[in-house]
Design a binder for this molecule. Structure first.
Ligand SMILES: *Cc1c(COP(=O)(O)O)cnc(C)c1O
Length: 467
């Protein structure tokens, strides 16, 4: 498969290069040059495969010829061996809906599905070039721990994650700092998440530093992350339709950066029988407003009980926009420029008819989220986390829909307790975290201090490795 940029400024490249590039060099996002089309027979065969076998079939056409079937199979098996459920992403009936549990990975949130795969993929590609990568990122909580677990113990990768000191939840802090592998470096910044982001941005703009230390990002826009997420749409469909190819289903997706739901769009384009994708947001509703009005317009960010969806600008949306404007990079550039200069773009009503053939949308308030956690518990005896609750609420008039459960309810204990008076019992990965040994460097919110720490850490690491 060849990859191209939404902005048209990248010569077609292979899968390996697309993964290492992350963000396209022309500022756009990378996409496959076409979608493999599935026959009914193939779909039928896929509907009964195990998660790992299915993952290989779904991903293979996107990674060939850079990865062989054998290499991909080994990657998939290694990546999902860290999941605590034999089915990886099991699907459970809850009331008149189906819940696809995507949270059985090591950090109890769905980002593990993609980041376990990406970490192993990076390691494989670095082995080929005898390279080393230093990942640098700032986190407000969730992505940092999933990224750390994705690369822990890898020989060719070091990871530096900044989090705001005492401003992430105790569980989130512990999830990161109790990972003691030599290649994991947690930094607590005496400041806010924004300070962390500012520092990371500054270091990435320091080109001499960036090149000398092969600095890379934990990109939420890496194509390999989207690809790994396409798999569970096929898996859930197989469990719910049980080989009935005429049956179309609806997916409800708690949405922030549009990565998860875009993976659903890819599955649909490959021929998965999807009726609609239900785009569920919290009160940060830029995307649901787009689907209902055709205007894409940023407003200020509100903090909610579903914090992983508290976003203003959605980094993967440009990928869908590319298809909406009939794969015309010029129009993508024009529209994205409007967003940058005026904070807004508007899509014609003709185009909105296309949008509405694929998506419906709902924005769910704080009260509705807590009320949904309570109702699902009281009526169906099942505890959902606040992100999943947003998706369940959005699907309330769509019986039979598959709701993607993006986090384990024990990870967001405060919101769950507020709704039902008690917390969900934690999965093995969240048990005993508070008692474990931890390691973390506390630094002032100053880019020079972080730079010095990274340099001295890498010098020490290099001498350890060479011994
Ligand atoms: C990241 C995240 C989301 C949002 O996913 P996107 O791909 O950004 O749309 C939803 N729920 C949880 C728990 C998350 O961590």
């Amino acid at each position: 498969m060849q990859y191209i940029s939404t902005r048209g400024g990248v010569e077609p490249i292979g899968f390996a290069q697309a993964v290492m590039m992350g963000l396209a060099t022309d500022g756009g996002l990378l996409l496959p040059s076409s979608f493999p089309q599935l026959s009914r027979q193939t779909l039928g065969e896929w509907s009964s495969l195990s998660f790992n076998d299915l993952a290989v079939e779904v991903m293979l056409p996107y990674v060939e010829p850079d990865l062989s079937r054998k290499e991909l199979t080994a990657l998939v098996n290694r990546s999902y061996s860290t999941f605590s459920h034999a089915e990886v992403t099991p699907v459970k009936p809850v009331g008149n809906l189906h819940i696809a549990e995507l949270f059985h990975g090591p950090t109890a949130a769905f980002k593990d599905v993609a980041l376990q795969f990406l970490g192993n993929l990076f390691e494989l590609l670095l082995e080929r070039t005898d390279g080393h990568l230093n990942i640098l990122g700032a986190t407000s909580g969730d992505t940092g721990s999933a990224a750390i677990y994705g690369v822990r113990g890898q020989k060719r990768i070091d990871i530096f994650i900044l989090h705001p000191h005492n401003r992430v939840s105790p569980i989130q802090e512990r999830q990161m700092t109790t990972v003691l592998d030599d290649n994991v470096h947690n930094i607590a910044i005496k400041g806010t998440f924004d300070d962390g982001q500012r520092i990371v941005k500054k270091l990435f703009n320091d080109l001499e530093f960036k090149q000398r230390y092969q600095l890379g990002a934990v990109n939420s826009i890496n194509w390999a992350r989207i690809l790994a997420q396409v798999v569970y749409y096929f898996y859930a469909w197989g469990r719910v339709c049980r080989g009935d190819l005429t049956k179309k289903i609806n997916f409800s997706v708690p949405t922030g950066n549009f990565g998860d739901i875009f993976a659903g769009y890819v599955a649909m384009r490959m021929g998965l029988p999807v009726e609609r994708l239900i785009l569920a947001t919290n009160r940060n509703d830029i995307l649901s407003r787009f689907v209902t009005t055709g205007a894409y317009e940023a407003r200020s960010v509100h903090h909610t009980v579903s914090p992983s969806m508290d976003i203003q600008i959605s980094s993967n949306f440009e990928r869908y926009l590319y298809y909406l404007v009939d794969e015309d990079p010029e129009q993508v550039r024009h529209l994205m420029e409007q967003v940058t200069t005026s904070g807004k773009m508007v899509v014609s009503s003709l185009k909105m008819q296309e949008v509405n053939k694929v998506f419906t949308a709902a924005a769910v308030s704080e009260e509705q989220t807590l009320e949904q956690i309570r109702r699902t518990y009281e009526v169906d005896g099942y505890i959902v986390d606040p992100h999943t609750a947003v998706g369940v609420k959005a699907a309330e008039n769509t019986p039979g829909a598959v709701c993607l459960a993006t986090a384990h309810p024990a990870k967001f204990g405060d919101a769950v307790k507020k709704a039902i008076g008690s917390e969900a019992s934690p999965p093995p990965s969240l048990t005993g975290l508070m008692e474990k040994e931890s390691r973390c460097q506390l630094l002032p919110a100053d880019s020079q201090a972080v730079k010095t720490f990274i340099e001295s850490t890498l010098v020490t690491r290099a001498s350890e490795i060479n011994e």
